[in-house]
Design a protein around this ligand. Structure first.
Ligand code: IMP
Ligand code: MG
Length: 171
């Protein structure tokens, strides 16, 4: 497989700065808990919080929906859950990419039963072609159709996370 650049690191930086600005503006005076979904969101979350100008807390979960390869298995497993209660907190889920929406709709349903003060979703890449679950993305970076993307933390079978650009992999 060979990666081909879709979004350069400069373009990504501009989008992340815009998202950081929107979140900072909307949560001014509050200190939201950002919940990153590992592993794909770790680069995005690290950049996002450093471009925000409000205090935040950070936690991570590990969910699994893809076994390996490029197709969703339709199964969602919580491999590592939250380390704290979210009751009364302003929670923002931070995800690298939404495809079918199955992973996030399961996870958001679960979190919404735990009485957060608010629950919003921030996604770097919205992949629109194969959406199965209708989910509201409150803060959205860029859109792709059905390209399989890697880089900037996003992998294909654990490869390519280190790439600074977001690239498409083709067979
Ligand atoms: P969904 O449940 O189908 O929305 O799948 C979401 C998860 O699948 C994301 O958190 C990603 O980890 C992974 N995923 C979806 N599309 C891609 C892609 O193009 N590249 C790498 N991972 C992807
Ligand atoms: Mg993911």
């Amino acid at each position: 497989m060979r990666p081909e650049v879709l979004f350069t690191s400069e373009e990504i930086k501009r989008e992340v700065a815009r998202l950081a600005h929107e979140i900072s503006r909307d949560y001014r005076g509050r200190s939201p808990l950002l919940v990153g979904i590992l592993k794909g969101s770790f680069v995005f979350l690290a950049d996002l919080i450093r471009m925000m100008d409000i205090p935040v807390e950070v936690d991570f979960v590990i969910l699994s929906s893809y076994g390996s390869g490029t197709e969703s298995s339709g199964e969602v497993k919580v491999i590592h859950g939250l380390e704290q209660s979210i009751e009364g907190k302003d929670v923002i889920i931070v995800e690298d990419i939404v495809d079918s929406g199955i992973t996030l709709s399961h996870f958001m349903d679960d979190l919404s039963t735990r009485n957060p003060a608010s629950l919003r979703l921030c996604v770097l890449v919205d992949k629109t072609a194969r959406r199965e679950k209708d989910i509201q993305i409150d803060y959205m970076g860029m859109q792709v159709h059905d390209e399989f993307v890697v880089g900037y933390g996003i992998d294909c079978d654990e490869q390519y996370r280190y790439l600074p650009d977001i690239c498409q992999v083709k067979d």
